[in-house]
Design a binder for this molecule. Structure first.
Ligand code: ADP
Ligand code: MG
Ligand code: ZN
Length: 432
């Protein structure tokens, strides 16, 4: 009722420092607070975390958050601690004594931990953790399960994690009384959503979807030529002095090649990929967050969960692996809502390279043909000369989009911009 509403707003303000809910945050929060299983689809940067962090603060008990990556977990834990919210993370690198401290807090009468982040491996591998969950549940202190990045459960997603599939037991194991589950993802292709809901036994969940249109992103595409990358980055530097961007590459080696190319042209660039050791990775991340260099040359290992609001450009030096991947990767630009630039440097040859990588990969025929099909969709996106890019991107997620909105926006895509110019040219011709 009214009290609940008031409490939501006062907690939003006092604990998180925000005045308003965004998008469908409030509906999602109410749904999960009422005990419904809840499935949340919102684009990256929309503010999904608040949908479980705020309920965790309001209700007694411990909220368990499953998250796929340590970097993501560390990032969230730091934020929660800054806000004075009791938060711990169980990850593989913890010392034995740190483990003990967490377990002993969870077994205490009044755990100080409100949010417990865990990797899915931890849940499936640790019998001790399961028994801690059981005890919490019995004592009525297991507030909620959160499955962040829920698309990882689906084979059809770009981020399949086998350990996520083991989360399919949560719904049944903790059913008396039921512990609500909230699953969140920025991947909204209907096939993956259905698959994930089935897997997690969340068929009865309430589904919340917000628009995937990113009004402040300008999507562009040009053919990839020898100097195009350097030229574009130089232009970006003039347009957005002191700001930085991402150049996505297909492989570690390509990251290094691109870094060299940029450095030779007097630009500053660092590489980021799964091959870096932890220290290096953290230090690159830090200086990138502080805009210490112009460009980060990265494989898709970079990005998930790194919340930098002022990324002004994302350039694909090589083809993304899928339309979804492209949407996610470009989505890291302009999280602050300011105009930002997303450029694809296209070469058909890259699609052949990508297909070769997939064909050589070690996987089942079904998964391979799905990946190949994904690449074909990307090629179709790139070779398209008539359909608005925003339209193509969001319609991939099942959303309907009127390209007039793109055409009339401050950041029309290259296709819409060209058509706008054509229309203006014809008008001029009419007058004369
Ligand atoms: P997602 O998980 O959907 O990608 P996050 O939960 O990481 O997004 O949130 C993205 C950013 O938006 C964070 O910096 C967060 O603090 C901010 N944010 C979330 N909700 C609000 C709100 N209601 N008002 C202002 N900022 C918000
Ligand atoms: Mg998130
Ligand atoms: Zn358009």
């Amino acid at each position: 009722g009214a009290d609940m509403n008031e409490e939501l707003y006062s907690t939003l303000k006092s604990k998180f420092g925000f005045n308003q809910f965004r998008h469908r945050q409030k509906q999602c929060i109410l749904s999960t607070l009422m005990g419904h299983d809840t499935f949340v689809l919102m684009p990256t940067g929309a503010g999904k975390s608040l949908c479980y962090q705020l309920p965790a603060v309001i209700l007694p008990g411990v909220t368990v958050v499953v998250s796929p990556l340590r970097s993501l977990i560390e990032d969230q834990k730091m934020k929660m601690k800054e806000l004075g919210i009791g938060c711990e993370a169980l990850t593989a690198d913890l010392t034995a004594s740190a483990h003990e401290e967490i377990y002993s807090d969870l077994s205490s009468e009044n755990p100080t931990i409100k949010l417990l982040y865990v990797t899915p491996e931890k849940i499936s591998a640790s019998g001790r953790l399961s028994s801690v969950f059981y005890t919490l549940h019995r004592r009525g202190l297991l507030a909620r399960f959160v499955i962040d990045e829920a698309h990882c459960v689906s084979q059809w997603g770009h981020d399949f994690r086998p350990d996520y599939t083991k989360l399919n037991t949560l719904r049944e194991k903790y059913n008396n009384p039921p512990v609500p589950i909230i699953a969140l993802t920025a991947t909204a292709t209907p096939k993956i959503v259905t698959d994930a809901r089935d897997h997690l036994k969340m068929q009865d969940s309430k589904l919340f979807i917000s628009s995937f249109v990113r009004d402040n992103l300008k999507y562009d595409l040009i053919p990839k030529a020898a100097k195009s990358l350097v030229n574009v980055v130089e232009k970006m530097k003039q347009l957005y002095p002191g700001k930085s961007g991402i150049v996505y590459c297909l492989s570690r080696k390509e990251c290094e090649t691109v870094q060299m190319m940029l450095t030779k042209a007097g630009l500053s660039a660092e590489v980021y990929h799964a091959g870096l050791n932890d220290n290096l990775r953290v230090s690159v991340q830090k200086s990138w967050l502080a805009n210490k260099f112009d460009v980060i040359c990265a494989t898709i290992a970079f990005g998930m969960g790194i919340d930098k609001p002022d990324v002004r450009f994302v350039i694909h030096y090589s083809l993304p692996k899928s339309i979804e991947g492209y949407y996610q990767e470009t989505g890291r630009a302009g999280r602050d809502g300011m105009p930002s630039y997303c450029l694809m440097l296209y070469s058909y040859h890259d699609s052949i390279r990508l297909r070769r990588m997939i064909e050589e990969g070690n996987t089942t025929t079904g998964v391979r043909s799905m990946h190949l099909n994904n690449v074909l969709q990307v090629v179709a996106y790139c070779e398209n000369v008539s359909v608005c890019r925003r339209k193509m991107l969001v319609e991939h997620f099942g959303e309907v989009y009127d390209e007039q909105s793109c055409r009339n926006s401050k950041t029309p895509c290259d296709i819409c911009e060209r058509q706008r110019k054509n229309v203006e040219a014809i008008r001029l011709f009419d007058v004369s």
